[in-house]
Ligand binder design. Structure first.
Ligand code: AMP
Length: 249
């Protein structure tokens, strides 16, 4: 069983992002980039399946500029066997990524495509769902557990009301919640080994996919700065100020 796992290169979660002065997006100049945390969970989940003998191969795929190679190396240092980079400098939106992933899935014929539930840069939470629709495969989103059976995968989903268990026929599209696992730190020998693993390069044109953006960003703004807090001396003062100044009670 082959697992295709997707990895997106995003601004590191610890970086405080800045909006560009012309409000056309986030300033990426000299900003530390990293693998999207949900994708890291997906890679760990896929590698654990191979280590347990249920998957035979884990293939990492990323779409974007040449720098995504670094993200693919991270995935291979965690344990992915090989990688595919769909190279493009066009800014990719979820529908374009889903179409690219569909084309890659049709070439690779995996039993599972495992994605992060969302990318922390655009927070779209859409690519996995779109991919499942385009492939016509069942989807299990926000999964926090998975177990393979004969031709099926049983997943536990994190939903508003609690946990939902679904049984899906394979092949299927799954997206990971953070609680699926805790990704390992890649060891130095594995980082070195990852440097020798192959990255195949494809292009949207070679896959026959039009990645022209369909959505237009009108404006991006920083959230309004929060006013500074004030300390009150007593509950009585708090109640008085809520009533007389803030007029909320
Ligand atoms: P999104 O729908 O943008 O929130 O992304 C959901 C998931 O789709 C991410 O966690 C990734 O696993 C995958 N994904 C999105 N964009 C890309 C990309 N450019 N390359 C590889 N995977 C991606």
């Amino acid at each position: 069983m082959k697992i295709l796992v997707t990895v997106k290169r995003v601004v590191d979660a610890n970086v405080k992002i800045r909006v560009k002065p012309d409000q056309t997006g986030v300033d990426l100049a000299n900003v530390k980039m990293a693998i999207n945390p949900f994708c890291e969970v997906a890679v760990e989940g896929a590698v654990r399946q191979r280590e347990a003998g249920r998957a035979t191969e884990v293939v990492a795929v990323s779409a974007g500029p040449a720098s995504c190679q670094e993200t693919l190396r991270t995935a291979m240092a965690i344990g992915a066997d090989r990688a595919i980079l769909v190279k493009t400098d066009v800014e990719l939106q979820p529908l374009a990524v889903a179409k690219l992933l569909k084309a890659v899935a049709e070439r690779e014929r995996p039993m599972v495509v495992l994605l992060g539930k969302q990318a922390i840069d655009d927070d779209s939470n859409a690519t996995g769902q779109m991919l499942a629709a385009l492939l016509g495969w069942p989807q299990g989103t926000f999964i926090s557990k998975l177990e393979f059976g004969d031709g099926v995968v049983t997943v536990q989903r994190e939903i508003d009301g609690g946990l939902q268990t679904l049984s899906l026929t394979l092949p299927a599209v799954l997206t990971t919640d953070l609680r699926l696992n805790e990704p390992r730190y890649a060891s130095l020998p594995n980082i070195m080994k990852a440097k020798r693993k192959p990255i195949e390069e494809l292009t949207p044109e070679a896959l026959g996919v039009d990645v022209t953006p369909r959505l237009k960003l009108i404006e991006m703004r920083e959230p309004p700065a929060r006013p500074v807090g004030q300390k009150v001396a007593s509950v009585a003062e708090l109640v008085a100020r809520l009533r007389d100044e803030a007029k909320v009670i």
